[in-house]
Design a protein around this ligand. Structure first.
Ligand SMILES: [Zn+2]
Ligand SMILES: [Zn+2]
Length: 249
């Protein structure tokens, strides 16, 4: 499976990072649609797109407003959006006076699929499970994707604890938010975000093979410290995500 990181900042973009978006181009799957989503056009290989939203903060949804350009002159047949209750929140992006085009006026069918506890999705031979973790404004959904014997977990916008270990267990790749360094622990907890010590402890306890840190605070001058701090605890592969970074698992 090929994974492309198109948005790796939290909260707002800076000159190097757009906000949350991770794409699996060969599968037509996208995790979150921050403004990194505006860059998926050149990676779009499938005629349908399945977009899994963790929650509805702007840095995870605002990129959906770039849909007109993303599919311009492409053979695009359907958009499927998955997220927690209330999934109707997606329509807020497409309302006047903020935006002139309704979601359903884009020229292709759109489905909205709301998660409830216990619900799982199958798309062909891809299986996706979700779990809601604590975050401001009603929680954040994490996703566990299994395909061809490989497992990817996408976990963002929460203060991770070992409580997540069973959901993350044995993942080949854990893509986890790490908004702040250890020194900003109090701010991380106050804003329900994570710092390296917590993320690394989770990765270690869950027996994860590779860890990628993303959703990085845009004002952080030396984000490289995040992966160094995580490596002090989790001794396997730790990468700090950059925009346009690609991985194969
Ligand atoms: Zn966020
Ligand atoms: Zn958030």
């Amino acid at each position: 499976m090929r994974i492309v990181f198109l948005g790796t900042a939290g909260y707002h973009p800076n000159r190097k990072r757009l906000t949350s978006c991770v794409m699996l181009p060969d599968l037509g799957i996208v995790f979150d649609a921050g403004d990194g989503f505006s860059q998926i056009r050149e990676h779009l290989k499938t005629q349908e797109l399945h977009v899994f939203l963790s929650h509805y903060h702007w840095d995870h949804v605002i990129g959906l407003t770039a849909l007109t350009d993303i599919v311009w002159q492409k053979k695009f047949t359907a958009l499927h959006i998955y997220g927690r209750s209330p999934i109707s929140a997606v329509h807020t992006l497409f309302k006047e006076p903020h935006f002139p085009i309704r979601l359903k006026q884009h020229g292709f069918p759109v489905t909205l699929d709301e998660w409830r506890p216990g619900k799982e999705w199958s798309i062909g031979d891809i299986r996706i499970r979700a779990r809601l973790f604590p975050h401001k404004s009603g929680g954040s959904l994490a996703f566990r994707l299994e395909h061809c014997g490989k497992t990817i977990v996408y976990l963002t916008d929460t203060t991770v604890t070992l409580d997540a270990a069973s959901f993350v267990e044995g993942a080949d790749l854990l893509i986890c938010e790490c908004n702040f360094p250890n020194a900003m622990k109090e701010l991380a907890i106050r804003t329900t975000h994570s710092y390296p010590r917590l993320v690394a402890k989770l990765a270690k306890a869950a027996g994860v093979k590779r860890l990628v840190l993303f959703h990085i605070a845009p004002l952080l001058e030396k984000p490289g410290m995040l992966s160094r701090e995580a490596k002090n605890i989790f001794h396997s592969s730790v990468l700090l995500a950059e925009d346009e970074m690609e991985l194969e698992i």
